[in-house]
Each structure stands twice: as structure tokens, then as C-alpha cells.
Ligand binder design. Structure first.
Ligand code: SF4
Length: 681
């Protein structure tokens, strides 16, 4: 029961999580006292994860950035002095103008999903950089291989409605620690389990989710496509196929059949490092249970063959006709189903005739160190970072840090806290949190649009990202009317007439009118309208048009210098590098840890709790050993993602990860990383 002097404000969780929860913030005397899940939003069900339940702790954290600051110490030392907004923005505008006068492409915006909001993400910011003609950022760091895999198979980021997983009789949770990073799906899976569904977790790590499934298949990292192809082999051999669905709604069956027959379970067992019987059992379960549903997540696509792996898995539902049921099929991302008006929101027309180069955010380590050249264009002279912490999260940190430390690089960072990236800023600008600004959200794990209203006034002198770019545009003399539009206008523009804004204002969310079983009668959004086992566009590019298993580039060699594979999934109470400085959450995670199997630890005389050195040719990272069977033999798990400055030797796991890209989608290969581990004397 709320007291009469309390108000409740509806919002949306802004974090990079498929659940996009509806929030209710309780405010008393202008202070947010509680953040809870909105009980009226069916998918949130009044429940939030531990991370966002502590949102007031994060919002009122004593380390919140409260006013603009200017660097006074050496690059990267994190020494700043307070300045006024006017001084900061006047100087930033002058610096950007001078660089842009030579070549606007020497300016690079760098952003990702620090907020998933369409307004405080790439709304006003995109307009500003389009007007400037800055380089464009290829936003690949999380999901682009999987996106490409899905596009090349199903035709878009489309799939099952998450609520209907409750009706499945078999659920494969593939490459996802749902309890940690997709909690509201997990609640639905539990409901299915109570109704008799079998849950199988496919993940190299024995996660909290794996603990609670009926079966865990602990395959080697980067071998998911081999497993999927072997499942197809068994479906064919035992004729557990929906021939009618295949004939009506797929493309390239004869070719896929031939490919799959090259993958008997014995071959896949060897590659994946799992028992043959486990593959055979999974195939039988999948081939003989309806409805069967797959919750795929992005963990498995962070390897060389990530795009192909998603393609291989995405073929499975069509083979057994799982799409016929609303409780069957697959879900990786639902975000392609939202009618976002990106042209209106981001205004690419402001570019005019210009077509600035695209810089891949996953290779920022190399690209910051690249000189001007005819191929590359101008060296990057200015970097404006918002909604991202690349010094901690981008691969091959040593190079990223070296780039950020360039004396001739002008860096502006919009942030809530003094992160590793903020330490390298020339200007550090305080941004508002989700409790302090307007925004509107799509989701990638459900199909509801959510509106976020500000619950409290900005803390200190913090400003919304949108307002910072509005003011900067003004300082730069950009007088286009769209650069002055306010946030509520942008919220309305994001979906235009496609979503009823009054509904959003009234209840905080609106569901998209979509069919319950989207591909029961085919109609995939591919050029052929079919599920494309064989993709003609890939063939036209001279690529293999069928899904294939591409081994990791960094296969651990038991007799070589790097005998262990390392994966680096997020710790349960962190979300990428967000929340690591929220004391109640970092206490739960204790300290940077490396999970290592008892056999691998014993072979190296490593005891539980020892400080270890994890290393490869790119660098070394020190942390404590957690000797645990959560790690399978031959695979270590560097739980992320701590800020570098919290690490024992001032690094984190990305000191070890490389900048090689995925087979499709130009994504990073964080989990394709071979290392050695030793006890630190
Ligand atoms: S479960 Fe995900 S969407 Fe929901 S509050 Fe937590 S981080 Fe946000």
C-alpha cells in the first residue's frame, strides 16, 4: 500500500537483456525509494532481477557523475576538474568543428546498448552525427553474427512469441544462462516444466540454468553447428521429419540432407566432446516431441563459425514442423517484428549525398591505432562515447587502451560513472539514468513496446544524452529543426502511427498485434518466403549456401602453448560491465574469478582460491581460481565483466580476447580464445 505522499511512475528497464521489463518507481518527496516490476505487464509479472531491483542504489550511488569535468592529468589517469556545461560544450564544439573542417569522418561516435532506449540510444545522437557527417559505427559487438545467421535462414529477427514456450513439451535452452540473463523466459520455461515439459540446456558451462534442467549437454565452445548437423542426421535416419512442411515451406532440402548425412552422431560427438548417446537421445526427443521449442541466445555465436551455428540451429524447427504450433519453433530475437520508424528517428537524410565510412566497433583496438590511408580514410581524431565502455568490453584490451591513450585523440565520454573508458576522456559528461529521462523501447525477447517516463529530476547536473546532443548541435551552429525536438516528440516518432501512443501513456506498454504461430503456414520474411536451408544470396557471394561447422580459429592444443579454451559469459549479477560498481551486487560476485575444472587445476597444482595467471600471446589477466565442475575439462570460464581497474593486475578477461571476426555479420569472437593458466607464485 502506498502512502498518499508517494507517487508511482511507470517505466521500462533500459538494459541489454531480452526481458525489457516494465518498471514501477515509487517516488517520495522527489526521491525514488523503490523500483519494482509492473504487475500489470504480463511478461514482467511484477518481478525484476536482482540487478535492477537495486536501481535506486545505482541511481543515488555516491560515485555518480554529477557535473561536467575536463581532464587535467595525463591521458587515462582519470584526473579531472569540474567545469560548467557551457564551458564543456563550447570547447567540445570547437574541437569537433576544427576536426570536421578537415574531414568529418575523423570523428567517430561509439555507442551500444548501455541503454536500449530508442531516444537516449541512437535517436538524437544519430541525428547529430548524421548532420556532422561523422564516420558511422558498425554496431557488431554483441549479436551481429547471430543476426546474420537468422536473417540468412528465417529472413529476419523473428520467432516464437515467448509466452507460448509455456505450451512446449520440450525446450532446448541453447547457449543461454536464462536464470542469469533471461529470467522472465525462465519463469515461462518453469511453467512448461510443471506441465510436464522436458528442459535441456546446451552450454559449455554448467550454469545455474543447467543445474535446473533435466539434462545438460556440455559441448565444447564453437561446436554448436556440429551438434545441430548431427541432430539433422538422426532426424533423417529415423524419418522424424515433417515432409509436408519441408516440401511446402523450405528451400534447399535435398542439399541440406546431403550435408547432414555427413554428420553421424559419432563424428559430432568427437568434435563436441559429448557422448554419442547424448546426441542420439536429444535427436530422438526433438524428433518425437511436439511442440518442441528452442530458446537460442547469443552466447554460442561469439566464435568463428557463429553465424553458421545459428543458421544450423534455425533450420531444425522447419525439419520437424515445429512452427505449426504456437508452442513450437525458435526464438533468438524478436526485435525485427517492431515497426520502428528509424528514418524518422535517426534522420539519415541529414547526410545528404555523403556516405561516411563504417568502422567496426569490434576492431576499435586496431582502428584507433591505424594511420590515415586511402583504404581506411582519415585517422580517427575524435571519439564520442555514449552508452558503452569500450576500454573494458572491446576485445584485445591492450590495443584498445593504447588507442585511447593517444595524446592526439580527443575523447568525449557521456556516462553515469567513472568507468575505465571515462578515465580516458578529455571531457566527461554526466548522463541521466533511466529514472531521470523519457524513452521508448522495443524488446528482443518479447513483442511489447514500453514507454519510460522520468520518475525523478536529473541527479546533480546530469542531462539526458538527447539533451547533450541537442545543446552540442546548437553550439556547432546546426539549426535544423529536428535537432531541437524534445524527447517526448522523439518518443512519439519512434513508432509513429504503428503503436498507439495513448495506450503507452495510459498503461506503459502496448502489445504488437502479431499471429500466435507466425510460420504455421510458412510465410517466412526471406526473399523466397521459405525457411532457407540453402541461401541463394550466400551462394551468389561465392559462399557455402548451406549451414556448416566452422571450427574455432583458436582450437586449444593440449600439447601446445595454449591448451585451454576460455569463454567469458557475464557473471549472474552483472550485465556486461554495468552494475560492477553497485556494492550489494559486486559483493555477491565477490571478486574476479576463473572457473577451472578440478582435473585442469590439479594438472597445474592450482588450488581453489589461488591467484592465477591466465595468459596467451595477447596478454595476461590475474584473478582467483574457482576450482569447480561448472567448467568442463579443457574449458575455463572467465566470468565477466569486471572493470579493468578492479582487476588484480589492472586488466580483465578482454586482455586475452582477440579481434578476429565471425564468419558472417562481422561480429567479435570473444569465446574463440585459447589460453594457458598457471598459479601465480
Ligand atoms: S530481467 Fe532484464 S529487463 Fe528485467 S529488470 Fe532485469 S535486466 Fe532489466
Amino acid at each position: 500500500m502506498n502512502s498518499p505522499d508517494e507517487t508511482q511512475v511507470r517505466g521500462a528497464c533500459p538494459h541489454d537483456c531480452p526481458d525489457t521489463c516494465a518498471l514501477v518507481t515509487t517516488v517520495r518527496d522527489g526521491v525514488a525509494t523503490r523500483v519494482q516490476g509492473n504487475p500489470d505487464h504480463p511478461l514482467t509479472g511484477g518481478v525484476l532481477c536482482a540487478k535492477v531491483s537495486r536501481y535506486t542504489e545505482r541511481t543515488y550511488h555516491p560515485d555518480r557523475l554529477l557535473y561536467p569535468q575536463k581532464r587535467v592529468g595525463p591521458k587515462g589517469a582519470g584526473q579531472f576538474q569540474r567545469v560548467s556545461w557551457d564551458e564543456a560544450l563550447t570547447d567540445i564544439a570547437a574541437r569537433l568543428q576544427a576536426i570536421a573542417a578537415r574531414d568529418p569522418e575523423a570523428v567517430l561516435p561509439y555507442s551500444y546498448a548501455g541503454t536500449m532506449g530508442l531516444v537516449q540510444g541512437d535517436g538524437m545522437a544519430a541525428r547529430f552525427f548524421n548532420r556532422l557527417g561523422a564516420s558511422r559505427l558498425d554496431q557488431t559487438i554483441c549479436a551481429s553474427a547471430g543476426t546474420a545467421g537468422l536473417m540468412n535462414t528465417l529472413g529476419g529477427k523473428v520467432g516464437m512469441k515467448v509466452q507460448f514456450f509455456a505450451e512446449a513439451k520440450l525446450i532446448l535452452i541453447w547457449g543461454s544462462n536464462s536464470i542469469g540473463s533471461n529470467l522472465h523466459f525462465w519463469r515461462i520455461a518453469q511453467e512448461a516444466k510443471r506441465q510436464g515439459a522436458r528442459l535441456v540446456c546446451i552450454d559449455p558451462r554448467r550454469t545455474e540454468t543447467a543445474d535446473k534442467c533435466h539434462e545438460h549437454i556440455a559441448l565444447r565452445p564453437g561446436t554448436d553447428a556440429a551438434l545441430a548437423l548431427a541432430l539433422m542426421h538422426e532426424l533423417i535416419q529415423h524419418d522424424w521429419l515433417d515432409h509436408d512442411y519441408i516440401a511446402q515451406h523450405t528451400l534447399g532440402w535435398a542439399e541440406l540432407r546431403e550435408r547432414a548425412l555427413q554428420w553421424p552422431p559419432e563424428r559430432a560427438a568427437e568434435v563436441c566432446g559429448v557422448p554419442v548417446e547424448q546426441i542420439q537421445r536429444l535427436a530422438r526427443d526433438y524428433g518425437t516431441t511436439q511442440p518442441a521449442a528452442i530458446r537460442l541466445n547469443y552466447g554460442m555465436q561469439r566464435v568463428h563459425g557463429g553465424g553458421n551455428a545459428v543458421r544450423a540451429v534455425a533450420c531444425l524447427p522447419a525439419l520437424v514442423g515445429a512452427w505449426r504450433h504456437r508452442g513450437g519453433g525458435l526464438l533468438l530475437s524478436s526485435s525485427g517484428q517492431f515497426p520502428v520508424q528509424r528514418q524518422v528517428l535517426q534522420r539519415p537524410d541529414l547526410l545528404g549525398e555523403r556516405r561516411p565510412r563504417l568502422i567496426n566497433m569490434s576492431t576499435i583496438g586496431d582502428d584507433l591505432l591505424r594511420p590515415a590511408s586511402p583504404d581506411f580514410g582519415p585517422a580517427i581524431e575524435a571519439l564520442v562515447v555514449y552508452n558503452s565502455n569500450p576500454v573494458a568490453v572491446a576485445p584485445e584490451s591492450a590495443k584498445v587502451v593504447a588507442g585511447f591513450q593517444r595524446e592526439d585523440l580527443f575523447t568525449v565520454v557521456l556516462e553515469h560513472f567513472q568507468t575505465d573508458t571515462a578515465d580516458h576522456a578529455d571531457y566527461l559528461l554526466p548522463a541521466t539514468t533511466q529514472l531521470e529521462h523519457w524513452d521508448v523501447h522495443l524488446a528482443y525477447g518479447h513483442t511489447d513496446v514500453l514507454l519510460n517516463r522520468p520518475a525523478i529530476a536529473p541527479v546533480g547536473e546530469a542531462l539526458p544524452n538527447s539533451e547533450i546532443f541537442r545543446r552540442l548541435a546548437q553550439k556547432m551552429g546546426f539549426d535544423d529543426a529536428c535537432l531541437a525536438e524534445d524527447d517526448q516528440t522523439l518518443c512519439r516518432q519512434a513508432f509513429g502511427e504503428q503503436v498507439n501512443f495513448d495506450t503507452l501513456l495510459a498503461q506503459g506498454f502496448a502489445s504488437l498485434p502479431l499471429p500466435d504461430a507466425p510460420f504455421a503456414h510458412g510465410g517466412f520474411p526471406t526473399p523466397s518466403g521459405r525457411c532457407e536451408f540453402l541461401n541463394p544470396q550466400l551462394v551468389a557471394q561465392g559462399l557455402d549456401g548451406l549451414p556448416q561447422h566452422l571450427p574455432n580459429r583458436e582450437l586449444p592444443d593440449p600439447h601446445g602453448p595454449w591448451p585451454l579454451a576460455m569463454i567469458s559469459p557475464p557473471a549472474r549479477n552483472f550485465l556486461n560491465s554495468t552494475f560492477v560498481n553497485v556494492n550489494s551486487l559486486s559483493k555477491l560476485e565477490t571478486e574476479p574469478l576463473l572457473e577451472i575444472h578440478p582435473d585442469d587445476a590439479a594438472a597445474r597444482q592450482i588450488r581453489h582460491g589461488d591467484v592465477v595467471r591466465v595468459f596467451n600471446a595477447r596478454g595476461e589477466y590475474h584473478c582467483k581460481a574457482d576450482v569447480s565442475e561448472r567448467a568442463r575439462p579443457g574449458v575455463v570460464v572467465g566470468l565477466g565483466l569486471w572493470w579493468r581497474k578492479m582487476g588484480l593486475n589492472g586488466t580483465n578477461v578482454n586482455q586475452l580476447t582477440g579481434q578476429a571476426l565471425t564468419d558472417m555479420g562481422r561480429g567479435p569472437t570473444f569465446y574463440d580464445c585459447a589460453v594457458q593458466v598457471s598459479a601465480l607464485a
